[in-house]
Design a binder for this molecule. Structure first.
Ligand SMILES: Nc1nc2c(ncn2[C@@H]2O[C@H](COP(=O)(O)OP(=O)(O)O)[C@@H](O)[C@H]2O)c(=O)[nH]1
Ligand SMILES: [Mg+2]
Length: 174
C-alpha cells in the first residue's frame, strides 16, 4: 500500500545549526563533504520511506534558511505542513532560545506533529535536560532527538518516526 499525498515536513531553526546537513544526511545517507551552500529562502527535497506496516510514503522536506527575514515568510510556507522539525545546535545555546521566536510566528503547533531536534551530537555538547523539558512543556513537542549529520545518529529515525506519527495522527485525512 502507498499513500498518494506526500507528507509535508518543515525544518526550521537558526542559520548554521545544521538543518541542511541533517536533511542531506537523511536524503543521501551521507554527510555533505564539500559543504553546502547557505540556504536562501527555502529548498525542498523528496524521499520515500517505508512505514512499519509496509506502507510507502513520500516525505517532502522544506528546509528553511535561518535568517530573520525568512522567519517572517515562514508561516506562509509552513502553514499547511504535517510535521515540523525545530532544530538547534547545543553548542550555541541561544539557538534553542530563538526557537521560541520560530514557534511564535508559526502559531499552529497543535495541528502538526512537532519534533525538537538537537544537532551535532558528535561534538559531545549537551544542554541541561531541565532546559529541554521546559521547552517541550511550553510548546507542544511530541518527541525530542539528539542527532548528528556527521555520524548519522538518529538522522533516518527522526524522519521515519515523523512519518509514522503523521500517518497515525487520527484527525488527518489521507
Ligand atoms: N560536527 C558537526 N558539524 C555539523 C553537523 N551538521 C552540520 N555541521 C556543520 O555546521 C555548519 C552549518 O551546517 P548547515 O547544514 O549548512 O546549517 P544550516 O544553516 O542550519 O542549514 C556546517 O559547517 C556543517 O558542516 C554535524 O552533525 N556535526
Ligand atoms: Mg541551510
Amino acid at each position: 500500500m502507498s499513500i498518494d499525498r506526500p507528507l509535508k515536513v518543515v525544518i526550521a531553526g537558526e542559520k548554521h545549526v545544521g538543518k541542511s546537513s541533517l536533511v542531506h544526511r537523511f536524503i543521501h545517507e551521507q554527510f555533505p563533504l564539500k559543504g553546502l551552500y547557505s540556504t536562501v529562502g527555502f529548498e525542498f527535497t523528496l524521499k520515500t520511506v517505508q512505514l512499519e506496516d509496509g506502507t510507502s510514503v513520500v516525505i517532502h522536506v522544506y528546509d528553511f534558511g535561518g535568517e530573520p527575514k525568512f522567519r517572517m515568510i515562514f508561516p506562509q510556507y509552513a502553514s499547511d505542513c504535517d510535521g515540523l522539525i525545530l532544530a538547534f545546535d547545543p553548542s550555541r545555546e541561544e539557538t534553542l532560545d530563538l526557537l521560541h521566536e520560530w514557534i511564535r510566528v508559526y502559531g499552529r503547533e497543535n495541528e502538526s506533529v512537532n519534533f525538537l531536534v538537537s544537532t551535532k551530537a558528535d561534538l559531545g555538547v549537551t544542554l541541561s535536560p531541565v532546559k529541554i523539558n521546559e521547552f517541550r512543556n511550553t510548546h507542544q513537542i511530541d518527541e525530542y532527538f539528539q542527532t548528528s549529520a556527521f555520524t548519522g545518529e538518529n538522522t533516518q529515525r527522526v524522519f521515519q518516526l515523523m512519518a509514522e506519527r503523521i500517518y497515525k495522527k487520527p484527525k488527518r485525512a489521507m
